[in-house]
Design a protein around this ligand. Structure first.
Ligand code: HEC
Length: 633
């Protein structure tokens, strides 16, 4: 089924692309009275009709197969109700309908033979065909992966459309040009070569622009869809992209030879024949690109897929540069790299020694890498870049805590294998996941793959992260350190009585949060004071959230009615919050000030904090750190 879908989609994509390029080339070549050109034009219009038939046919097959996959049954492809549902009730279906409507109009338009002897009629007819074909092609991006990116959907769709149209002009034009050159290179038609040569030169200029647009939009597309190296080398989508780049390299090589060697030698018969052959090879490679592109649209975009890291090592820039040997290495490597860059620049300007200079530059770069990189190479595992299954949330940390104290602490807490060490905190969460799942039996670390569920393993990793930051949180005190946002406040659920539950993260970008962990009766005076100051703090942009340390059914009533407590008092799930935040501030009463981005900025381990002064400091802070990720890294 998948193969059929890929075949249909590739055929559809290729024919839609070729239609655009064919009509573009007809316009670029312009009307001509020469017999070869007229014959070529006639052949191109027939070719255009054929392409439209293929586009419509493969489009229908594509729709039917997609319906079957969508419904999960093969028969659904032949049930009118199911197909109508897929077309009319889904966004990709509506786009499909619009595009195929346009293709039918274009086909009808080409089927009517009209008299195009007038130059104006000729141009109007060709422009119309090109516009319809281009519209049908560009609309494809409205239901592509690009349309699923938000924010910035309009931009990513526009970039994708630009990529498609660039492909249309370049690849479609290439095939049409190949046909023209072939026709003109036959000896009998030698008198018509001038027209073909002029067209080839014009196309060469356009193709350069189209290729630059293609590569530019391709890079932007990749940045939006793939996002990082792990997704590029570790997901099927990313690897298809790498394959595309690998096919692109010989295409660019051929294009460069065509442009620099063969075009200037036209209309020599030898150059003409070689150009025909090269253009043919280029077009074949480009069709391979299209199949890869179609396969990419059928795979999960890399940024949503779980990358599987293929190598046993990776580069880590977090590695500390300690030890003079490492520093000497880094220095030597950087100097070699600079020399390499100088050689590279020189090779561009030198006319005669270009090749040796370029080879020298590459050799210097290789030696620099061999000298400088080893200290940054660290072990890596297939799951290194896996995204945690569980977010950095108090409930996850609390259940991780129970697992840790039950199953890990005996070997790990306060021993040489302490998980609070800097070397453990430098590891990616996905690496910890691998180590916990598979263990290192030869060094005494058991495997937990069969003893803990996957979610439990991620819980314990969230806990290890919290444990690591808790050690550092000792340096956070009553004073807000400007530009010192690093302690991510784990998210938690705020459920108060019958109201719909909210979350700490709902305040992000809007308000600061003063998290008050309290114990009665000791905290009563402080809670009353905060209740009185609530309005003032609210105006300064602070929400207060109070969490009782001991669980009691009457927690809210116990606070008393005067002064009224108007801020949320979280009684459901308070144990998880206390277990998590208690790691940063233990004691019967503690207050933590969380800034608008979601970082803990001040911790009071008693009830005497001058909240207002610190809040005003935060309000004046200029630099705003990015929002922390919901998952640990
Ligand atoms: C029987 C003792 C033992 C138990 C139980 C144990 N570990 Fe370990 N663990 C070790 C030893 C020993 C090492 C060091 C292995 C090495 O030197 O590479 C280790 C290494 C690790 C590492 C790698 C640290 C690093 O940065 O290299 C992680 C992560 C880890 N353990 C997590 C856990 C977790 C989570 C649990 C509980 C679910 C657990 N361990 C239970 C003994 C144990």
């Amino acid at each position: 089924m998948r193969i059929l879908l890929l075949t249909a989609l590739s055929a559809h994509l290729a024919s839609s692309v070729l239609v655009v390029g064919t009509f573009f080339m007809l316009l670029l070549a312009g009307p001509s009275r020469a017999p070869t050109a007229r014959r070529w034009e006639g052949a191109m219009v027939v070719w255009g009709r054929l392409l439209l038939l293929v586009a419509l046919g493969s489009g229908i097959v594509w729709l039917l197969v997609r319906t079957a996959l969508f419904e999960g049954r093969a028969q659904a492809a032949l049930e009118p109700r199911a197909v109508l549902h897929a077309v009319l009730d889904t966004w990709p279906g509506l786009i499909w309908l619009a595009r195929h409507g346009i293709l039918v109009i274009l086909a009808a338009f080409l089927a009517i033979r009209s008299d195009l002897t007038e130059r104006r009629d000729w141009i109007a007819a060709r422009v119309e065909a090109l516009a319809l074909g281009a519209l049908a092609l560009a609309l494809m991006s409205a239901s592509s992966h690009a349309a699923a990116i938000s924010p910035g959907t309009a931009l990513t769709v526009a970039i994708d459309a630009c990529h498609l149209l660039g492909t249309g002009v370049w690849l479609g034009g290439l095939v049409a040009l190949g046909a023209l050159l072939r026709a003109a290179s036959r000896d009998a038609d030698a008198d018509d070569r001038a027209h073909a040569v002029i067209t080839a030169r014009r196309f060469s200029r356009v193709a350069l622009v189209a290729m630059l647009a293609l590569m530019g939009s391709g890079v932007l597309n990749a940045l939006a869809q793939v996002e990082n190296i792990a997704a590029l080398v570790g997901t099927p989508h990313g690897r298809l992209l790498l394959a595309k780049v690998a096919v692109l390299v010989p295409i660019l090589g051929l294009a460069a030879v065509n442009r620099r060697r063969l075009l200037p030698a036209l209309p020599g018969p030898e150059a003409m024949r070689r150009l025909v052959a090269f253009v043919g090879v280029e077009a074949m490679l480009a069709l391979v690109l299209l199949v890869l592109a179609a396969a990419m649209t059928l795979t999960t975009p890399a940024r949503h897929a779980e990358p599987v890291w293929p190598l046993p090592v990776r580069l880590s820039l977090d590695t500390p540069l300690d030890g003079s040997a490492t520093r000497w290495r880094a220095l030597l490597a950087s100097q070699l790299a600079v020399l390499g860059a100088v050689a590279l620049i020189a090779s561009f300007f030198s006319l005669r020694r270009r090749a040796p200079l370029l080879a020298g530059a590459l050799a210097l770069a290789a030696v620099a890498a061999a000298v400088g990189l080893p200290p940054f190479v660290v072990d890596a595992y297939p799951t290194t870049y896996r995204r945690p299954l569980r977010t950095y949330h108090a409930t996850s940390i609390a259940s991780g805590s129970a697992i840790y104290w039950g199953q890990c602490a005996a070997c790990h807490h306060g021993t040489p294998a302490d998980l609070r060490s800097a070397s453990t905190s430098r590891r990616h969460a996905g690496e910890l996941f691998w180590l916990v799942s598979h263990g290192r039996p030869e060094r005494g670390m058991p495997a937990f793959e069969n003893r803990l569920e996957e979610a439990q393993r991620w819980d314990v990793i969230n806990f290890i992260r919290a444990l690591g930051t808790a050690a550092g949180s000792k340096s956070l005190g009553a004073q807000v350190q400007l530009d010192g946002a690093w302690l991510i406040a784990p998210d938690f659920t705020i459920s108060v009585g019958p109201l719909a539950p909210g979350a700490l993260r709902d305040y992000r970008g809007r308000r600061m949060v003063l998290l008050v962990l309290y114990t009665l009766p000791g905290s009563r005076a402080r809670i009353s004071e905060l209740a009185r100051k609530y309005n003032l703090l609210s105006t300064l942009g602070v929400e207060i959230i109070a969490v009782p340390m001991q669980t009691s059914a009457d927690a809210i009533r116990e606070l008393g009615a005067s002064p009224p407590v108007l801020f949320p008092v979280v009684t459901d799930g308070n144990a998880a919050i206390i277990a998590t935040y208690g790691m940063f501030a233990s004691g019967p009463h503690a207050e933590l000030l969380i800034d608008r981005q979601g970082y803990v900025r001040a911790i009071w381990r008693d009830d005497t904090g001058e909240i207002q002064v610190q809040v005003e400091r935060l309000n004046e802070e200029k630099s705003v750190p990015p929002f922390p990720d919901d998952h640990v890294h």
